[in-house]
Design a protein around this ligand. Structure first.
Ligand SMILES: Nc1ncnc2c1ncn2[C@@H]1O[C@H](COP(=O)(O)OP(=O)(O)OP(=O)(O)O)[C@@H](O)[C@H]1O
Ligand SMILES: [Zn+2]
Length: 444
């Protein structure tokens, strides 16, 4: 009965959340899109621009590399697709729309979360809960009403990617998983579209241009095989400094402008990978990259991947990139947060294996912090951290991390290599603790 009640309460709170999200979306539609669009000078003074547009874009038109008035005309007639309106997509969208790209498509299935706001600078506190692409559209319409924005509030998939990508001239990969990167790459190559691609994590970022005029290398030329899933760190896991990822998004916009205005030609384009580090001193290094690979599975004459293979879902990009195994330990070594909360013995040791930065944000009482790394280096002299009367052969050690993956690896090491017998992993980590036991423990 209790369980049923809990389920019902959970359902109600989910519906309430959904309801408030829908209300916010409705308000977004009803709010005036452009407070001062009536003040715009709408009459064209020549075949291309109004007086407002000359004034708005004048400062960039007079920069020689930009291409003057022709450069601006090219931007105005261009169509750019931004995939992902997150940490990279927001700054890229900001500068592309300010610069006067004629049509911008934005695809993202996600809604704005408070944890996005430190870096996803198009979204504001009152956009939390609404679709990222609608929130971005609202901002862009205020910034530059000359830009036409089309939104796709769903995921890019094998089935819709060709239709959407085909409508645009330049594709901006602002996503965050290898699976989507391969999909964007394959479809863009088959549609002959250049991709501006970047990524960023913690204090660093990377940027490149792929499939330039079907002549430059593609993502598969660089990475024929996906990285091992356990080596892929997301912003949720590794964290990210807003301005560092923001810089990558802004440089993506610049590369798109260079592509559109015709700065890059078959003659001057050289494959590159730009690598940015924000710490200790800011550096931007540009590496020369290999050319197109003669045996690339998508962009070479011997390519094996076709449009049919993709649209018939014969490639499952998620399984191609693999999944992290989240069931490392046998269930006999695992306990729920509730079990731990209700049954743990005061003599047991609670070992928190999160990095010290996370331990500083929040911790459970009486926990010991030894951060997990793939070899749990500090665990070799783990006895130093345990109480003097700790008995390896019988006393309990509970292992906790953020979500319950690293804690399993650490528990395995304690059991298999350090001879500690009575080890239990706490399922779901401190995140689950915050959800089920103590909501005052902050989620971060
Ligand atoms: N296949 C896809 N189709 C549409 N949008 C995608 C796809 N894959 C990723 N995205 C979007 O790309 C964006 C990437 O943004 P970012 O890397 O800043 O991560 P996030 O998911 O917003 O943040 P966090 O990891 O902190 O939760 C996200 O908004 C995500 O929804
Ligand atoms: Zn290739």
């Amino acid at each position: 009965m209790d369980l049923e009640k809990k389920e019902l309460l959970e359902k109600i709170s989910k519906l309430e959340l959904e309801n408030s999200g829908l209300r916010k979306r409705l308000e977004a539609f009803e709010s005036p899109l452009s407070a001062d669009s009536s003040k715009l000078q709408h009459t064209k003074i020549d075949e291309d621009f109004t007086l407002d547009e000359y004034k708005r874009y004048g400062r960039q038109m007079i920069v020689p590399s930009f291409g003057s008035r022709d450069g601006q005309v090219r931007l105005k007639h261009s169509k750019v697709l931004v995939i992902g309106a997150g940490g990279l997509g927001c700054p890229a969208l900001l500068y592309l729309s300010a610069a006067g790209v004629g049509k911008i498509g934005i695809i993202d299935d996600d809604v704005v979360d408070t944890s996005n706001l430190h870096r996803q600078v198009l979204h504001t506190t009152d956009s939390v809960g609404i679709h990222k692409c609608e929130s971005a559209k609202r901002y862009i319409s205020r910034l530059n009403p000359h830009v036409q924005v089309e939104t796709y509030p769903y995921r890019l998939t094998n089935s819709n990617a060709f239709d959407i990508i085909n409508k645009y001239d330049v594709i901006m990969d602002c996503t965050d998983t290898p699976a989507t990167r391969y999909l964007i790459n394959d479809v863009s190559v088959l549609c002959s579209k250049p991709i501006v691609s970047a990524s960023g994590l913690k204090t660093e970022g990377q940027l490149t241009i792929l499939n330039f005029k079907n002549m430059g290398p593609c993502y598969r030329c660089f990475y024929p095989k996906p990285p091992k899933p356990e080596t892929v760190t997301t912003c949720t896991d590794g964290g990210v400094i807003g301005p560092a990822i923001g810089l990558m998004g802004i440089t993506m916009a610049l590369e798109a402008i260079k592509l559109i205005t015709g700065y890059y030609t078959k003659e001057n384009f050289k494959p590159f990978l730009a690598q940015y580090s924000g710490y200790p001193q800011q550096t931007l290094r540009v590496f020369k990259m290999r050319n197109k690979q003669h045996d690339c599975a998508i962009c070479s004459p011997s390519a094996t991947i076709t449009k049919e293979i993709i649209t018939n879902n014969e490639i499952d990009y998620a399984s191609f990139c693999g999944k992290v195994n989240t069931n490392i330990l046998d269930s006999k070594y695992r306990v729920s947060v509730r079990d731990f909360h209700e049954n743990n013995n005061p003599k047991s040791v609670l070992l928190d294996v999160r990095p010290p930065e996370q331990f500083q944000i929040t911790k459970l009482p009486n926990s010991i912090n030894i951060s997990w790394d793939p070899i749990l280096t500090k665990a070799d002299n783990i006895d130093e951290y345990f109480p003097a009367d700790f008995d390896k052969s019988k006393d309990e050690v509970y292992v906790l991390c953020r979500y319950g993956n690293d804690s399993q690896l650490a528990a395995k090491k304690l059991i298999e290599e350090l001879g500690i017998r009575n080890v239990k992993d706490i399922k779901g980590g401190i995140n689950k603790w915050s959800e089920e036991i103590d909501s005052k423990i902050p989620k971060y």
